[in-house]
Design a protein around this ligand. Structure first.
Ligand code: UDX
Length: 423
């Protein structure tokens, strides 16, 4: 079993630390937020991920998982140093590598000889070389090992990966990392670092393309009177296409797709390639927010000014507490800008939000509203009492931007209903 350091305890870092400890390794996780380190040491997990709190506590009690302040304190003796740091979008759309670079500088003289620095963050192509240059150590390897986990099912995805991608110049270092993951029995692709870094960007860009494609198809379905649900089903049965990521919605969001698609466009542009296909994928997504706003305005009688909109769902998708680049918030911002009042409920959002009235439950959000907009696909919204909603709402009209509700049942309860690309 290996001694491992994990630098950064966000969704990727904390999940990585927890499951590597679960696999029997000895893991030290580092962060620069002192209160976070203290809370994690007490077994308190600040993010919502199925099973993560239990796995963190399992690791702590087994003595295989600990949390320390600062990267330097974690890397001594570590055979593997996982960099799980944020790479936020810089002002010009490129990925900001400064967190990764500053940690590389900080740990340069502390990584043990023959140690392997593993880049798990989504980093611009060429970052592997950049990190190696900053470390400036002939006796330390730098390996790219992108993470493909989805928020909300991070542990499941980490323990059951479709594949493990390892990008390394040194075959022996690559094999040492392969061994670390042996018990996961996943297919492994060993390649060069630039290819590994590219795989992460293009995988996300392709998934975003699928969602933009089905959102565009949903619009077409509305124009010709087809039902996108059946259309997607008929497409997905073709094994070359598959069923996944063909659910229409209010547009894609989250901490990865928006940032990574823009960064990929930038990387291509820097090398003289416009990547028009991906640009269109992004603009179809921006149009989708607008389309949902138009649907809500239409349902509210043509204009949203002075109207009250009840909103169900604020997170960027269900089963997460993450609101970063949330399509719901993009829609809500547009509604507010057009003079609407927004009363919103989300099972994972309890804090106060600027200009949005955050309600205690789904029913409170619809009280007196001129229209209800369903913006995140939380399962519990399916099972709410529509008769009660009807009694509370001002105007019985629903825009279901996730195609979550059953139109027949909703209409039977006396609502007008508008979904995305369905009859
Ligand atoms: C994504 C990738 O799936 C993951 O492999 C990568 O490591 C990080 O980025 P995540 O950001 O957790 O994961 O979200 P994901 O589940 O992929 O959804 C992204 C967005 O697309 C969400 O806004 C979601 O609602 C939307 N989406 C997804 C759809 O609108 N329709 C779909 O069919 C699928």
């Amino acid at each position: 079993m290996a001694d491992i350091a994990v630098i950064g305890t966000g969704y990727v870092g904390l999940t990585t630390g927890a499951y590597l400890a679960h696999l029997g390794h000895n893991v030290t996780c580092a962060d620069v937020i002192e209160e976070k380190v203290e809370a994690l040491t007490r077994g308190e997990v600040p993010i919502h991920e199925d099973g993560l709190t239990d796995m963190v506590n399992e690791g702590i009690h087994a003595g295989r998982l600990r949390f320390v302040f600062g990267a330097t304190a974690a890397v001594h003796d570590a055979e593997f140093v996982f960099l799980c740091l944020p790479t936020p979008q810089g002002e010009d759309g490129t990925a900001d590598l400064s967190y990764v670079e500053s940690v590389a500088r900080e740990i340069a003289s502390h990584v043990r000889s023959d140690g392997i620095v593993v880049n798990k963050s989504t980093v611009p192509v060429g970052s592997n070389l950049r990190v190696a240059a900053l470390l400036n150590r002939d006796d330390v390897h730098v390996v790219s090992n992108p993470e493909f986990l989805r928020e909300g099912q991070a542990l499941h995805d980490s323990l059951n990966p479709d594949r493990i991608v390892i990008g390394a110049y040194d075959q022996e270092a690559a094999l040492r990392l392969v061994e670390l993951y042996e018990s996961l029995h996943a297919p492994v692709l060993v390649t060069d670092p630039a290819s590994a870094e590219t795989i992460k960007y293009v995988a996300n860009a392709f998934l975003a393309t699928k969602v933009s494609f089905i959102n565009a198809v949903a619009h077409f379905c509305e124009l010709v009177g087809a039902d996108v649900k059946d259309v997607a089903l008929g497409m997905g049965q073709d094994k070359r296409i598959g069923f996944e990521f063909l659910k229409p919605g209010p547009g894609w969001g989250g901490s990865c797709f928006p940032k990574d698609t823009r960064a990929l466009i930038h990387m291509a542009e820097d090398r003289g390639y416009g990547f028009d296909l991906l640009r269109s994928v992004v603009s179809v997504n921006d149009e989708q927010y607008e389309r949902v706003v138009e649907k809500i305005a239409f349902a509210a009688g043509g204009s949203i000014e002075g109207k009250t909109v009840g909103v169900w769902g604020l997170t960027f998708k269900a089963r997460t507490d993450d609101m970063r680049e949330s399509p719901s918030l993009f829609v809500v911002e547009r509604l507010l800008a057009q003079g609407a009042t927004v009363n919103a409920f989300d099972p994972m959002v309890k804090k106060e939000l600027d200009r949005i009235n955050v309600c205690a439950d789904a029913y409170a959000a619809v009280e007196g509203a001129d229209v209800l907009a369903v913006l995140t696909e939380w399962d519990e919204f399916r099972y709410l009492d529509l008769a009660k909603v009807k009694a509370l709402i001002g105007m019985p009209t629903i825009v279901d931007a996730r195609n979550l509700l059953d139109p027949v049942s909703v209409r039977r309860h006396g609502f007008t209903y508008d979904g995305i690309g369905r009859l």
